[in-house]
Design a protein around this ligand. Structure first.
Ligand code: SF4
Length: 277
């Protein structure tokens, strides 16, 4: 009889925005999503099989569809307006933490502020946020990119939701040296950092750690790295099929965490499989 305890990290897996998007998709059978709803193929396949919710990889694929789900990162304002003009039923799963910087850009640019966005210009979330500015925004990935840029004396700054607070602070400091008025809107989302803090705590007390998530998921890899630092017996798996009995021999506490795109049903399946080992 195995006496090993299993403990989940205080925060793990799907964030609030992704959970909300999945619920919207489950309530919108036969719809098409504007890009992959989340970065987890097993979950996308489940939505396809159970609800016939399919994924478009390009706006051209959804232009003539009548049931469209907007993914968590949002889409450019013009594309959204085009869909509505075409009388499509639009189910907006844009995360409220992304809607907020969209609204700030629209509002502050109409009040004459130059908009600065801290983020990656190629990222879909940044593309959607910048489309709401009434004047062309400045998009930068670091404070160094501000050097040599002409900038107005009145600016409003927002951040891509996944950026680090420390880097955002550097940009704000740099702007405040150059501009008379800097309006700062902290639009960073803490969901990813909360998962990281929680695994940091749990991996200090557990003697074996299982981290569930896609091999290519960068936030799962980051969780694994933090865990391995504290607990030598840390293992990154995609599903319960990879579990090995020897990992748990002589262990008293097994800690579990999962990347932000790992669905609950894969986590539950893994816990059951560990219990049965
Ligand atoms: S902004 Fe935060 S809560 Fe929203 S989808 Fe992104 S990580 Fe999740």
């Amino acid at each position: 009889m195995c006496e090993m305890q299993i403990k989940l990290a205080e925060n793990y897996g799907f964030c609030f925005g992704v959970k909300r998007a999945i619920k919207i998709a489950e309530k919108s059978p036969n719809a098409i999503t504007s890009g992959p709803l989340i970065h987890n193929n097993q979950e996308i396949n489940r939505l396809k099989t159970s609800f016939n919710v399919s994924t478009a990889h390009d706006m051209s694929e959804i232009k003539d569809k009548n049931k469209v789900i907007i993914r968590t990162h949002g889409i450019p304002k013009n594309d959204l307006e085009d869909l509505k003009k075409n009388n499509a039923d639009v189910y907006d799963a844009t995360c409220p933490y992304v809607t907020k910087p969209q609204q700030i850009c629209e509002d502050m640019s109409s009040k004459g502020y130059e908009i600065v966005i801290f983020g990656d210009i190629e990222h879909p979330e940044v593309k959607s946020v910048m489309s709401y500015s009434k004047t062309p925004p400045i998009v930068i990935r670091s404070s160094e990119e501000l050097d040599g840029l002409a900038i107005k004396s009145k600016v409003a700054i927002v951040s891509q939701t996944t950026k680090k607070h420390e880097d955002f602070a550097k940009i704000i400091a740099s702007l405040s040296r150059r501009c008379k008025e800097v309006r700062v809107f902290n639009t960073i989302c803490n969901a990813t950092f909360e998962n990281q803090d929680a695994i940091d705590d749990l991996s200090r007390e557990a003697d074996v750690m299982i981290i569930i998530g896609g091999r290519s998921s960068s936030n799962t890899k980051q969780l694994y790295k933090i865990s391995k630092n504290n607990c030598k017996s840390s293992y990154h798996i995609e599903s319960d099929e990879e579990l090995e009995k020897s990992w748990f021999e002589g262990k008293k506490l097994c800690g579990i965490s999962a990347g932000a795109s790992t669905p609950d049903w894969i986590i539950k399946q893994t816990i059951e499989a560990i219990k049965n080992i």
